[in-house]
Design a protein around this ligand. Structure first.
Ligand code: BEZ
Length: 222
């Protein structure tokens, strides 16, 4: 059965470019992003993994670890990392899981559907992981899932934007509107009464409709 939001992220033990890890133990108390790419030494993946290396400090600032995965073995990842550094300008410092047995790819449903009518079952192409993203919260539950096609590189700035929203809305009874970015106004969720909102936001808010109340972004810290 496929994974859904709020399911506990399956735990596993894996070989990575930074040694053997037990996933939940590796996550620790913070957030984590597990993301798969189809194949080492391919062009789109090289740009994606290089960009992730560049913005990894932004994830670290948000107490979020990142970890890559493909069905290539760890030795291949280690060789490919040299190309990523050479062509994208930043060394990969996050771990990459080698999953040649497809164990984790299957656990997280990262493989594309088999092509119908092929008698030989899975092909080399369908044995490659698609571009999946799983964002996992400190409670080890899945908070976000994304699946992109093979030929489209992801926008990892969007994942950071969602992480900001998820961390804010985990701490406060607010939601973030379309195209919201950190620091912009937010929505008071309908479950919060005006009386409760008055206590929380003594500076006031703007009521556009009774169900659409806009307020300045509260601090993540209180
Ligand atoms: C790529 O990363 O460029 C790629 C990988 C698999 C299929 C298509 C493109």
């Amino acid at each position: 059965m496929s994974l859904r939001l709020n399911n506990t992220a399956p735990d596993f033990t894996a070989e990575t470019t930074k040694g053997t890890i037990r996933f939940h133990e590796w996550i620790g108390e913070g957030w984590a992003m597990l993301f798969s790419h189809p194949k080492d030494f391919t062009p789109v993946c090289t740009t994606e993994l290089g960009y992730m290396a560049r913005i990894e400090p932004e994830f670290a600032k948000r107490n979020c670890k990142i970890i890559g995965l493909s069905v290539d073995p760890v030795e291949s990842h280690l060789k490919w990392e040299k190309d990523i550094k050479e062509t994208q300008g930043t060394a990969v410092s996050y771990p990459m899981i080698g999953d040649p047995t497809l164990t984790i790819a299957k656990l997280y449903d990262m493989l594309p559907a088999e092509e119908p009518g092929t008698s030989e079952g899975r092909t080399a192409a369908t044995n490659q992981t698609v571009r999946s993203v799983f964002m996992i919260g400190p409670d080890k539950k899945i908070k976000l899932q994304l699946t992109y096609p093979m030929t489209t590189g992801r926008n990892f700035n969007e994942i950071l934007r969602v992480l900001d929203s998820m961390q804010l809305t985990a701490a406060h009874k607010v939601a973030t509107p379309v195209n919201w970015n950190e620091g912009e106004d937010v929505i008071i969720v309908p479950a919060v009464s005006d009386a409760e909102a008055k206590e929380k936001y003594p500076q006031g808010w703007k009521t556009i409709k009774p169900y659409l109340r806009i307020v300045s972004q509260p601090s993540k810290l209180n």
